[in-house]
Design a protein around this ligand. Structure first.
Ligand code: BG6
Length: 504
């Protein structure tokens, strides 16, 4: 959060209702983010937090548990007075989301609390629950009248990922939710959009005069999007084994990066314009047939190895993972965007777990300069220019270009011009959720996914899901934990005469 954030207006009074209040996400991200908002005076003056718990729990017990979480996961030193003030706003309400009658009782308790806390009836329902609970909770809230907006107050629904598991289920979930609430009331979170560097992609492209004129097929050779993780699957075996790297990362996080990099300039910086352009570019991703989907994808699964001197066991030996699992923990894809700007410019995407280094970046590789002038010199090739948007662990932008090596003969070397966020801005470390939660409270859904872009994302990955399902374990490559991933990922680019960018 920067100094500018402190000048932002305070949101309307509201009640923040968390389903899944005792869960990991609430402790790890939601409460630390609310704390950061409290610390920068960005919470409403009249505010309450309701934790929905399935088994009776006193306010004190819930507050103690959230305080423990805050101490463990806060991104800045915890000031006891601020934390106490925040946690005093927390009330626990017992309700079983599977039991439709519990929503009527919830409403009575909520209304009493809203009167005493003077929150004016504005409600933000945060579904920090497994995805199969999204629709039942929305139905329960809807039939208890808790989401109606006919009394002048607003009612919003925040939904976490995963939003569906394929195109059909995402459409069904959108259909269910849209029967109950209007699209403008739904906030589908993708935590990548809470990252400063991700938001900066729009500013880099559209607030500078020098990039946009060359941001097209005339000047760009190809684009690489990399999200490499060192972490293995750990204790998430059951979720991960039925999900895999593609579903877990591509239609959401990697496509957020892709759409920001590839979208057309929106006519205005508002939710409708920005989200429409993002949805359009995702819809323009060519839908491969099954044969092309296999040709343009690589799947890998990690085997035992070492990362930072720690032994990592074989993916198939992870708790709750099937011993003969064909689930991919690594994926590399080649995609093309069928529009005027990007025709002929491949987008290569890759992401995987248990790799040798953590790295999230978008690398834009420009076409080579004409060689003509250097034909009669010692120089035998010119390297192509790169613009690299680094998201993690380094946050910054690097421009790589060719320069003359000092000396009497003409010799050329690639050098880098680096901008690093930490060198320029003194920002407190944040969870990434502060901006998103604040935006929900002020009703700005620019950073949230709209139904059409979620569906366009699934549409683009569906051919890979279908082709892999048929192929089973055939085509799944092993890679050693701690390595750079399966060899096939290199071949995917090599066959086009290209290679993945090596970290600088
Ligand atoms: C989550 C995935 O959505 O994103 C995880 O479920 C993944 O598997 C995580 O590790 C990556 O997020 P980040 O911010 O660490 O890149």
């Amino acid at each position: 959060m920067t100094d500018n954030d402190r000048k932002q207006p305070k949101p309307d009074p509201c009640c923040f209702i968390i389903f899944g209040a005792t869960g990991d996400l609430t402790h790890r991200l939601v409460i630390p983010a609310l704390y950061n908002l409290a610390a920068t005076d960005l919470l409403p003056d009249e505010f309450c937090v309701v934790g929905i718990v399935r088994k009776a729990m006193s306010n004190e017990a819930l507050r103690d548990s959230l305080m423990k979480g805050l101490r463990q996961f806060a991104t800045r030193p915890v000031d006891d007075a601020i934390a106490r003030r925040l946690l005093e706003c927390v009330t626990s309400i017992e309700a079983d989301p599977k039991e439709p009658t519990s929503f009527g009782r919830m409403r009575e308790q909520l209304e009493k609390l809203e009167t005493s806390r003077q929150t004016g009836g504005n409600r933000l329902f945060y579904l920090a629950v497994p995805p199969d609970a999204f629709a039942p909770i929305a139905r329960g809230l809807g039939s208890a009248g808790l989401l109606k907006q006919d009394d002048g107050a607003w009612r919003r629904l925040v939904v976490e990922k995963p939003f569906g598991t394929d195109l059909e289920s995402a459409k069904a979930l959108n259909g269910e939710l849209l029967k109950i609430v209007d699209e403008s009331q739904i906030y589908r979170i993708d935590h990548y959009l809470g990252k400063e560097t991700v938001q900066n992609i729009l500013v880099l492209r559209f607030a500078n005069g020098m990039f946009e004129p060359i941001w097209n097929r005339n000047h760009i050779d190809h684009i690489q999007i990399t999200v490499d993780e060192k972490l293995g699957v750990g204790h998430r075996g059951s979720f991960y084994d039925s999900t895999g790297a593609l579903r877990d990362m591509v239609p959401n996080h990697l496509f957020q990066l892709l759409s920001l990099v590839a979208m057309e300039p929106p006519i205005r910086f508002d939710a409708h314009s920005v989200r429409s352009e993002k949805a359009d570019v995702l819809a323009a991703i060519q839908t491969w047939n099954e044969e092309d989907a296999l040709r343009n994808s690589v799947r890998g699964q990690y085997q035992g190895g070492t990362i930072d001197d720690v032994e990592i066991e074989d993916y198939r030996k992870t708790a709750d993972v099937r011993p003969d699992s064909a689930t991919e923990t690594y994926v590399a894809l080649k995609l093309v965007i069928d529009n005027w700007r990007w025709a002929g410019v491949p987008f290569y995407l890759r992401t995987g777990k248990a790799l040798g280094m953590k790295r999230t970046e978008v690398a834009i590789k420009f076409k080579q300069a004409p060689f003509a002038m250097f034909r009669d010199t010692e120089i035998d090739r010119l390297s192509q220019n790169y613009l690299v948007i680094s998201i993690e662990p380094v946050e910054g932008i690097t421009l790589q270009f060719n320069t003359k090596v000092p000396g009497p003969t003409i010799s050329i070397d690639g050098v880098e011009m680096k901008f690093r966020y930490k060198d320029y801005f003194k920002a407190e470390p944040a969870t990434g959720y502060e901006t998103l939660i604040y935006d929900c409270m002020i009703g700005d859904n620019i950073l949230f996914q709209r139904a059409d872009s979620v569906e366009a994302g699934w549409q683009a990955v569906q051919p890979f899901l279908d082709a892999w399902k048929k192929a089973g374990a055939k085509g799944l490559e092993g890679y050693q934990a701690g390595s750079e991933g399966p060899a096939g990922a290199d071949d995917l680019l090599k066959r086009d005469g290209r290679s993945w960018r090596k970290p600088g």
